[in-house]
Design a binder for this molecule. Structure first.
Ligand code: R1X
Length: 242
């Protein structure tokens, strides 16, 4: 089957997919795999396939924000992908998890506009528990802080006249905020596949903690390297557990 937006053939995809926002990060992830092929680069969606320890893995970029990312997730699932792991970045809500830390998202607050067009708001955006366990174990094997917990998915990156809802979700126990995980988790549940997400914290979302937002630091690059390694290791664990 030809996937019309990703511009790839489903026969070329692997059942395990690592997804990330940035097309250049997709390339960086693919460089950690063996026998890599670039399948397509269509809009923001750049698709590779490769292998780790003989396990075929697809790597695809999904761009910024839930609606565009959802197109990618839906086409991957139509194409036969059964496990999706998002490797991303997020803003921290707490000095307990400073920039450079990793967070495995157990569930996401649906503060975006896409998923309410798919299913009522009472439906949870929740990760697959095996994927969470594999990601958390793999991240703990890397050198640095890792936590798991609830993350928030927003649409707005820059603030308008409305207040961001950070304070209430921080008070409720959420630990980080980003822009795609709720879409991934809701779509995975609706379509009957597994999903999980790991994010590298690249700054503080909380205005009280934030200074200048600069995600281009060595600390953040190191965390991104660690989360990529954790995602690949997590796939090896999941493949061994089945
Ligand atoms: O999810 C967020 C979005 O894709 C995190 O980083 C991007 C914005 O810089």
């Amino acid at each position: 089957m030809r996937l019309s937006i990703l511009q790839v053939n489903s026969e070329d995809l692997a059942p395990y997919a690592i997804v990330c926002g940035d097309p250049f990060r997709a390339e960086a992830i693919s460089r950690k795999l063996d026998n890599v092929r670039e399948l397509a680069f269509s809009r923001e969606y750049r698709t590779f396939v490769g292998e780790s320890s003989g396990i075929p893995i697809t790597v695809v970029s999904h761009g910024v924000g839930s609606p565009g990312a959802a197109v990618c997730f839906e086409e991957l699932i139509k194409g036969g992908v059964k496990t999706l792991i998002r490797v991303g970045t997020a803003g921290s809500y707490s000095a307990d998890v400073p920039p450079g830390s990793l967070v495995v998202s157990t569930a996401a607050v649906r503060e975006e506009g896409l998923t309410r067009q798919l299913v009522p708001l009472g439906f949870p955006a929740v990760a697959d528990q095996d994927v969470v366990r594999a990601l958390f174990e793999a991240a703990q094997e890397t050198d640095g802080l890792v936590q798991k917990g609830i993350t928030v998915t927003l649409d707005a990156f820059f603030q308008g006249v409305e207040e961001f809802p950070h304070a209430k979700y921080k008070q409720a126990g959420a630990i980080a905020v980003e822009m795609e995980i709720a879409a991934l988790y809701v779509i995975a549940s609706l379509r009957g596949v597994r999903a999980g997400a790991i994010v590298a914290l690249d700054g503080y979302a909380d205005a009280d903690l934030r200074e200048v937002y600069d995600p281009h630091t060595d600390v953040v690059s190191g965390a991104i390297e660690r989360e990529i390694d954790a995602a690949i290791t997590a796939i090896r664990k999941l493949n061994a557990w089945k």
